[in-house]
Write a protein of this length. Structure first.
Length: 260
């Protein structure tokens, strides 16, 4: 026998989930794409739910309907399971207590950035920029380059990025412009401190319902959703080797670098 499973993605109010239903409309379950939590109504259907989620993520579509033999609704093939776990962040979620999952879902940007340390990234928080009391929330230095990271919280609101414009519920905000200016100031300070041939890019991390309609050029400031922080930086091509990362981070940690 075969069953038709339909997968729909739901992104609202900071949540990001896949919902899977049967051809009859009966609910199969859901996958939380922020925490990796899998909720299934019938344990016998969990394998099918996971396969459907994997197929959806590969297809990159708004909605997916696929036919699956009911005899194959058991566990995923190990390669598919590994791929799904990697997309969700590389954790063995089944081994984590539910309270830990809930904590991960609400992890701060600071925590998410610090967890990239094992992958060669270094992060410095609250960098004092100049003598006017300005602070760079997070300075991220790693294989893909150097980034200033600022957080902007708009839970439950719609944030749209198009071109160089960012709007919150239809109201234009200066977040991307501010990120560009901040990145320029940081780049100037690092160049003055003898970090030659570097480029710093501004990043705005949005807590809210983010829609990016235009992908920014590789040198410009850009916005990402909080839940995508690690995935975005991991996907970028490598530009700096470990020795260079360490040297720049060392300079960035010196208070004298930022006191001019």
């Amino acid at each position: 026998m075969e069953d038709v499973l339909t997968v729909r993605r739901w992104r609202r109010y900071g949540a990001d989930r896949l919902y899977v239903t049967q051809g009859s409309g009966a609910r199969v379950g859901s996958v939380d794409l922020q925490s990796g939590e899998v909720v299934v109504d019938d344990p016998m259907l969990e394998g099918g739910l996971r396969r459907a989620a994997q197929a959806y993520l590969r297809a990159d579509v708004a909605e997916l309907a696929l036919t699956m033999p009911t005899t194959a609704l058991g566990d995923l093939h190990p390669l598919d399971e590994a791929a799904l776990q990697a997309w969700l962040g590389g954790e063995d979620w089944d081994a984590i207590h539910l309270s830990a999952l809930r904590g991960e879902r609400g992890s701060s940007v600071r925590t998410r950035l610090e967890r990239m340390g094992d992958e060669g990234w270094q992060v410095i928080h609250d960098v004092p920029l100049g003598r006017q009391g300005s602070l760079v929330e997070h300075l991220l230095i790693g294989p893909a380059g150097i980034f200033t990271v600022a957080e902007r919280r708009h839970p439950g609101q719609r944030v749209v990025v198009e071109g160089r414009t960012l709007e919150v519920d239809g109201r234009s905000m200066s977040y991307l412009r501010d990120a560009r200016l901040e990145a320029t100031r940081v780049q100037g300070a690092l160049l003055a401190a003898a970090c030659a041939a570097i480029t710093v890019r501004g990043v705005v991390v949005v807590h809210g319902d983010l829609e990016v309609r235009t992908v920014q050029p590789g040198h410009d400031a850009f916005a990402i959703a909080r839940q995508d922080v690690q995935a975005v930086f991991r996907a970028m091509p490598a530009r700096l080797d470990p020795a260079r990362i360490g040297a720049i981070a060392h300079v960035a940690r010196q208070r004298s670098t930022w006191s001019h």
